[in-house]
Design a protein around this ligand. Structure first.
Ligand code: MG
Ligand code: ZN
Length: 219
């Protein structure tokens, strides 16, 4: 990178951080706890949001922001279960930024939400570099992706509060060393909370939901 490009990037990130701080103040003013969910494509982000929203029904009010390069298929699925959802299409962008989230927040009634799930664009690299104004960061890793991901993408494992290992119903058929995977994740992030669950069988959902309920109490 040429030296004159560095200040440009610093200005872009500085502007993003300012907008993220504004988003966080807006969310705080409405007592909404926001969770930024990051994972590779196909890890099961939307499935986890759907399953979680159903488990929280009648206990906490949920809203969802869906980030995708194109389409509104995920937003349609969330709205179909009666949960308010706003789509952000990045038009090729590989991550959400704070300005995009601000536009989505303007379209939601924040007085009618307790927990906001933000589904980031499927990507393990740059989403973690852009603060959106969320309170909690969660990474999802699915069993079929393999147990070596913390080696390859240390940035995201280092930067999240919690890690959700999904599709554990597939463990009998896939060579995935759960103990080694957790050891790798904790070597990068000693304080990380790790959940193991299956949106198909429901195993592990209750523990994850109880953690979210405790987070919602802090809003
Ligand atoms: Mg999705
Ligand atoms: Zn990106």
């Amino acid at each position: 990178m040429s030296p004159d490009r560095i200040p440009v990037i610093e200005r872009i990130m500085g502007a993003n951080d300012d907008l993220a701080a504004q988003n966080r103040r807006l969310l705080d003013a409405h007592h909404v706890h926001a969770i930024n969910i990051m994972a590779s494509p196909g890890a099961g982000k939307t499935s986890l949001i759907l399953r979680t929203a159903q488990a929280l029904q009648g206990r906490q009010r949920v809203a969802v922001v869906e980030g995708d390069v194109a389409s509104s298929v995920d937003t349609d699925k969330v709205r179909a279960i009666g949960v308010p959802a706003v789509q952000i299409n990045t038009g090729g962008g590989c991550h959400l930024d704070a300005n995009q989230l601000r536009g989505a927040l303007e379209q939601l009634n924040l007085d009618e939400a307790d927990l906001l799930f933000i589904e980031n664009v499927g990507n393990l690299i740059c989403p973690v570099s852009f603060d959106l104004g969320e309170h909690t960061r969660v990474a999802i890793a699915s069993v079929p992706e393999g147990d070596d991901k913390p080696h390859k993408y240390p940035g995201i494992y280092s930067a999240v509060d919690a890690l959700v290992v999904t599709k554990i119903d597939l463990l009998p058929w896939i060579d995935f060393d759960m103990a080694e995977f957790q050891r790798l994740a904790r070597s990068l992030n000693p304080d990380i909370r790790i959940f193991q669950l299956s949106c198909v069988t429901g195993e592990g959902i209750a523990e994850w939901v109880n953690w979210l309920l405790a987070l919602a109490q802090t809003r």
